[in-house]
Design a protein around this ligand. Sequence first.
Ligand code: UT7
Length: 337
Amino acid sequence: MTADDRRAAVLCGIGAWVPPRVVTNDDLVQRLNTTDEWIRARTGIRERRVIEPGMSTCTLAVEAGTRALKSSGDAVVDLVIVATTTPDHPCPSTAPEVAHRLGLTGVPAFDLNAVCAGFVYALATAAGHIAAGSAERVLVIGADAFTTMLNPNDRTTAAIFGDGAGAVVLRAGTADEPGALGPFDLGSDGSNADLLIVPAGGSEQRGSGLPVDPADLHFRMDGQPVFRNAVMRMSESAGKVLERAGWRIEDVDRFACHQANARILSAVARNLAVEQDRVVMNVDRVGNTVAASIPLVLADAAATGDIAPGHRILITSFGAGLSWGSTVLTWPEVEIG
Ligand code: UT7
């Protein structure tokens, strides 16, 4: 068997969804001690989407999943993975309900939490199932209602995050086909877990028996070291995956980097020597959507034609954990759901 005959996971469907409610920077100025100029200059974000009462991560995931299945031309899969940090409940996981609402009751379904790197981790997991022969078609969803974890009065986080979901369908194919995913590079650094954290609400705090400080139920982030780690880890990881794939940086037609902050995207692109016009970007319109970030920006760019069939795509992501992950694919002929 040659390398190109290897069984591989091939992208054959993609869809995305953001809730209709737009929150502009000016909307935040009324609540936070901030300005539109500060948010635009420091993050590149103009507006974000936020769920309304009655919506949850499951709502976002079902909308994106429906579109991805439609795009793939077949509503049947044999595994559903939902990458999320904001499950509808601490228990059970959200994926079984998502699968049920998609008409996939009975199909194995589980959540995967690697925060902003979750979608790339989920792609790698799905690709592993396909390579091992334990799945033929996998629905991979990245969905987060991350605004529900924020302290609405904390200007260091409330200006940055938004809600949304994106999804892809992967089918079994071969490594030489357009849409074939991989290789992957994944990594983590738990020594820096405190840099992005929700301190309470988990077993550590519950097991302590101590009263909960309500402030500890919200996400907090130490922005500057996170910024530095994000640039370093995504630059390194993207470099490693290129080497494993045997691609040179000149081979990359489009660079899809986790949409955390326009300045982070520029810094990573500069480190890799990727020109700005090869970097796909929607952080200005959706902010940081955590696990949804990568599939949302891929779907957006493919919908406008900025990503086109035959383009060689480099993907890299980074988030709390710390966790990071990268992969590559050549964009296939696929309709956006
Ligand atoms: O997806 C997970 C990965 N997350 C990230 O990659 C986020 C990485 N970090 C960042 O994107 C940036 O660090 C931030 C956008 C969060 C902050 O930008 P910064 O340029 O690093 O600002 P800073 O934290 O150094 O703060 C500078 C000043 C501070 O005021 P003082 O102490 O100098 O008086 C902050 O209090 O800016 C202040 N500040 C704000 N001012 C107006 C922080 N947030 C805001 C705000 N509006 N929203």
